[in-house]
Design a binder for this molecule. Structure first.
Ligand SMILES: Nc1nc2c(c(=O)[nH]1)N[C@H]1C(S)=C(S)[C@@H](COP(=O)(O)OP(=O)(O)OC[C@H]3O[C@@H](n4cnc5c(=O)[nH]c(N)nc54)[C@H](O)[C@@H]3O)O[C@H]1N2
Ligand SMILES: Nc1nc2c(c(=O)[nH]1)N[C@H]1C(S)=C(S)[C@@H](COP(=O)(O)OP(=O)(O)OC[C@H]3O[C@@H](n4cnc5c(=O)[nH]c(N)nc54)[C@H](O)[C@@H]3O)O[C@H]1N2
Ligand code: SF4
Ligand SMILES: [Mo]
Length: 858
């Protein structure tokens, strides 16, 4: 089988992948991001490339149609809206998961040909505060360092980043560096304990949004102990030391940390020259996100610890092409190629280069404002590309209603059924990963190729091609006559050349003569380049700016809902949700809650918690853990209306934004919480895809079909009818067992001697081994034995999946620990767990720690 060299479509680490059309997936040993490593999501890419659920034909109002019909309609509606209401009456909402070529073309059409800047992207929810912070400090949106810096640092500070789960291969590179150099120190700044915390020497369990107080305190400390690099600052930086001296920047104790923790951290930081600060959504997704970024950058600038080996701030990008989107100017307040939207010279340059009839001269609507404009009726035609805002935006029910209010909505997606597609008039089938060609830029500015290794399914077309076709139908054919992605990439590089006289960081000249087909992963401006080593920044005077940022006064609602990610799911699960092995890691939306709060609410383990805000409510399974502090809750963002009833987290998230960047504060939502008093709870495993309508349900695929967790508010009159309705099975035999004393019901449905559904209901959360039940679906286990809920003795219950690559469950691992496997390596030898992608290693470490507590006490 010949393998194609391509790049992983998930996170911003940008790992190289060798992929085959038979689903073979291997880490590319030659790719400088991962040197052959992959994480669980990357390793499971082969599970997600089937055509199940794919959108294969354009649809207009729900019916399949041909491209001409669909695109003529899109063109007519957009053109009519522009003619009647002006260019600002239409909008694109794009994505950091588009390839650079797709993104470039979408931006060009909107800004140069439609003539408005109403193109914003999900990067607004992701990187906008980093972009704004970079620009304020450096004059450009520049990530100064490279991945090698993370390995060369003596101190890595992770702020608001769960690297172990969200950038697993970078995490593994740091973990390996620490193993090789045990003196390396790692500090984790996060209000909760995460898988990343396990690697840290110091966990600063900060109050939500306590970051500015923490880093302002560090800056004050640096001044106090004389650790500021005066020569560097004198030469290269406009400081904010007056503000520091006047103590205007606030009290570090407002970070929520104790004086001892603060002192230990400040000393460590000051004494260690080689410091890298990695930060992510705990910083960006905040109502003071841009200020947080600058509070961090201030400390690096004050000490000249930037742009040198093993030193610097490092904003890790989330999506595979978050960085590429920033380069081509995909946000509503950027132009293209790091050129300024509000600079007349830049406008003219881009307009001349594009030879376009017009050019936008003022910023467009940022994501939250954009959907509010939709709700107000201001947007007459909206095109959503490669993102699922009806789930991923805060106040997602409000956003869904806003989209529904737009007279004409188009989506381009690879999947048929998404929460956003359900609101659109026209669905356009895009080719997905493995089927399309283009480039992506990762967190260290490295441009890599994605290459096709599968045929295009149905009549799906690449995003750049769909957008160019609409541009052509709008009358702009000459400017969009691309035959292939290489043409677009060449134009993007040429625009950079045309702007080379304008002082910017972006420099693509290394790609000027590149052979696109053979392009190897290359950093701009060149490999291993670090910015600012020479102390030259991009403000007109060449100096960086420290910004005096004031720590906010923190309010304390009864509960602060923090949100984020699971190890094995990607955003709204449109791809990872297809994989049974990825879904086995955490199969249900949950909320982490502190034990003291659980007691206060009267929530036992496994209870459903109803979390409510002024925007909506959601039901989440209680995961009681001291890892979250009292008064805080944490829930993952992944579940959609496709996979749950009432389990979507953004239905309660507030659309509050950072005033500078417009990024929503998705990490701290004021909510109230109470136990949801269900009349009954249920668990169903079955072969058919279930269609629950209970107040709470969460569906996920299993290796034998589907599983559903349920909760109902009304006792069904007929349990068998309820079970049959849930799993959509009218035929076959049903065996029912009831236990009147505890009010439980168990039903097995068999067809032709095989078990097709097993249903369990009781007044309290169902206690039954999920893996054992799932394993019995499709087998000829006797119904009564199956209803006993235990694995047949020849198939021991493996427990919840920990290692997704080899499907190793918790019980199997605990058995191996009992049998003497007392290290991660020994567990790997005994069970294979952790020996492929290594993403579960933090959990193996935690499991060993837990399992050995009783032994240590003996
Ligand atoms: N498995 C997986 N990996 C992914 C993704 C995915 O969906 N799944 N998505 C990708 C994308 S697009 C992105 S943007 C990245 C996100 O990667 P990360 O930012 O690492 O992930 P999150 O879980 O969103 O949030 C990180 C942490 O911020 C903490 N936090 C919350 N509030 C605060 C605060 O006030 N201060 C501090 N210091 N910390 C706080 C949270 O507790 C959380 O642990 O992941 C990328 N990688
Ligand atoms: N509460 C909360 N909400 C959050 C976050 C959080 O931490 N907490 N994080 C935010 C962040 S950082 C991000 S990045 C967003 C992500 O949120 P979204 O971008 O909305 O989530 P995805 O599920 O990645 O959506 C991608 C869509 O594109 C489709 N798709 C995949 N490949 C292609 C392709 O090649 N072409 C086209 N046209 N479509 C394709 C997929 O099927 C899917 O429908 O969520 C944000 N929302
Ligand atoms: S770390 Fe995992 S998800 Fe991220 S690029 Fe690498 S393999 Fe893909
Ligand atoms: Mo993101």
């Amino acid at each position: 089988m010949s393998l194609t060299r391509t790049t992983c479509p998930y996170c911003g680490v940008g790992c190289g992948v060798l992929a085959g059309s038979d689903g073979t997936i291997k880490g590319d040993p030659d790719h400088p991001a991962n040197f052959g490593r992959l994480c669980s999501k990357g390793a499971a890419l082969g599970d997600t490339i089937d055509l199940e659920g794919r959108l294969l034909h354009p649809k207009v109002n729900g019916a399949d149609t041909d491209w001409d019909t669909a695109l003529d309609l899109v063109t007519e509606k957009f053109s009519a809206a522009i003619a009647e209401h002006g260019p600002e009456s239409v909008a694109f909402y794009a994505s950091g998961q588009l390839l650079t070529e797709d993104y470039y073309v979408a931006n060009k059409l909107m800004k140069g040909f439609i003539g408005a800047a109403n193109i914003d992207t999900n990067s607004r929810l992701c990187m906008a505060s980093s972009v704004a912070g970079h620009k304020r400090a450096f004059g450009t949106d520049t990530v100064p360092g490279t991945y090698a810096d993370l390995e060369q640092a003596d101190l890595v500070v992770l702020v608001g980043s769960n690297l172990a789960w969200c950038h697993p291969v970078l995490y593994q590179r740091i973990a390996a560096a620490k193993e090789a150099r045990p003196d390396m120190r790692i500090v984790n700044v996060d209000p909760r304990h995460t898988a990343t915390t396990d690697l840290a020497d110091m966990h600063l369990q900060i109050a939500p949004d306590g970051d500015i107080a923490l880093f302002n305190g560090l800056l004050a400390y640096l001044v106090e102990v004389g650790a500021v690099d005066l020569a560097y600052v004198q030469e290269h930086v406009h400081g904010c030391f007056d503000a520091v001296k006047s103590a205007q920047l606030g009290d570090p104790l407002n970070s929520g940390l104790g004086a001892g923790d603060l002192a230990a951290f400040y000393q460590l930081w000051t004494q260690t020259k080689k410091v890298v600060t990695i930060y992510s959504q705990g910083v960006n997704q905040s109502s003071c996100g841009t200020d947080k970024v600058n509070a961090i950058l201030n400390c690096h600038l004050a000490t000249g610890r930037i742009g040198r080996p093993g030193m610097g701030p490092f904003s890790v990008t989330g999506q595979p092409n978050a960085m590429g989107g920033r380069e081509v100017g995909g946000l509503a307040n950027m132009l293209a190629n790091h050129l300024e939207l509000d600079n007349a010279d830049h406008q003219h340059l881009v307009q001349d280069f594009w030879d376009s009839p017009t050019i936008c001269t003022k910023p467009g609507l940022k994501a939250v404002d954009l959907f509010e404009a939709c709700a107000r009726g201001q947007i007459k035609a909206l095109w959503v590309m490669s993102t699922n805002p009806a789930v991923s935006m805060p106040d997602s029910n409000g956003v869904a209603a806003a989209i529904a209010a737009v007279p004409f909505v188009v989506t381009s997606d690879i999947m048929k059924k998404t929460d956003t597609n359900n609101l659109a008039h026209v669905l356009l089938p895009a080719t997905g990963w493995g089927e399309k060609d283009g480039t992506v830029t990762n967190s260290e500015r490295r441009i890599s190729r994605q290459r096709a290794f599968l045929p295009s399914p149905g009549i799906a077309r690449p995003d750049w091609d769909i957008i160019s076709d609409v541009a052509t139908r709008m009358g702009f054919g000459d400017a969009f006559a691309y035959k292939k992605p290489a043409d677009i990439f060449a134009e993007y590089v040429a625009l950079d050349g045309a702007a080379s006289h304008i002082a910017r960081d972006l420099d693509l000249s290394i790609f000027a003569d590149a052979d696109y087909a053979k392009l190897i992963p290359t950093q701009w401006p060149q490999d291993d380049h670090r910015f600012f080593a020479d102390g030259r920044f991009y403000h007109p005077d060449g100096k960086a700016r420290m910004i005096a940022v004031i720590a906010p006064i923190l309010t304390k609602p009864r509960f602060t809902l923090n949100t984020g990610r699971n190890r094995d799911q990607w955003h709204t699960m449109m791809r990872t949700g297809k994989s049974a092995r990825l879904s086995a890691h955490l199969a249900e939306p949950f909320v982490e809650i502190n034990p003291a709060d659980a007691v206060e609410l009267g929530a036992a383990a496994g209870a459903l918690i109803e979390v409510e805000s002024v925007y909506g409510r959601t039901f989440l399974r209680a995961l009681i853990t001291p890892g979250v502090a009292k008064g805080q809750l944490f829930a993952p963002m992944h579940w959609t209306r496709q996979r749950t009833t009432n389990g979507t987290v953004n239905s309660v998230a507030a659309p509050l934004t950072d005033p500078v960047s417009g990024q929503p504060a998705l990490k701290s939502n004021a909510v109230i919480a109470q136990v949801y008093k269900a009349k009954w709870c249920g668990f169903l495993a079955c072969i058919n895809e279930p269609t629950p309508q209970t107040p709470y349900a969460a569906i996920s695929p299993t290796k034998t079909g589907w599983q559903v967790e349920l909760a109902g508010s009304k006792m069904p009159v007929d349990w068998e009818a309820e079970a049959r309705r849930l799993c959509g099975q009218t035929g076959g035999d049903a065996s029912t067992q009831t236990d009147a004393t505890i009010g439980s019901t168990r039903i097995a449905i068999t067809q032709d001697g095989k078990i097709t559904a097993l249903f369990f209901a009781s007044p309290t959360p169902v206690v039954v081994s999920r893996t054992a039940i799932i394993d019995m679906i499709g087998t000829d286990t006797a119904p009564l034995a199956a209803l006993a809920g235990r694995s047949p003795s020849d198939r021991p219950d493996a427990g919840a999946t920990v290692c997704a690559c080899f499907n190793v469950g918790r019980n199997t691992l605990l058995a191996a620990v009992t049998n003497g496997a007392h290290s991660v390596a020994a567990l790997g030898d005994a069970t294979c767990a952790g020996t492929n992608c290594g993403s579960c290693k933090p959990e193996l470490t935690a499991l060993l720690a837990q399992a050995q507590i009783p032994m240590a006490a003996e």
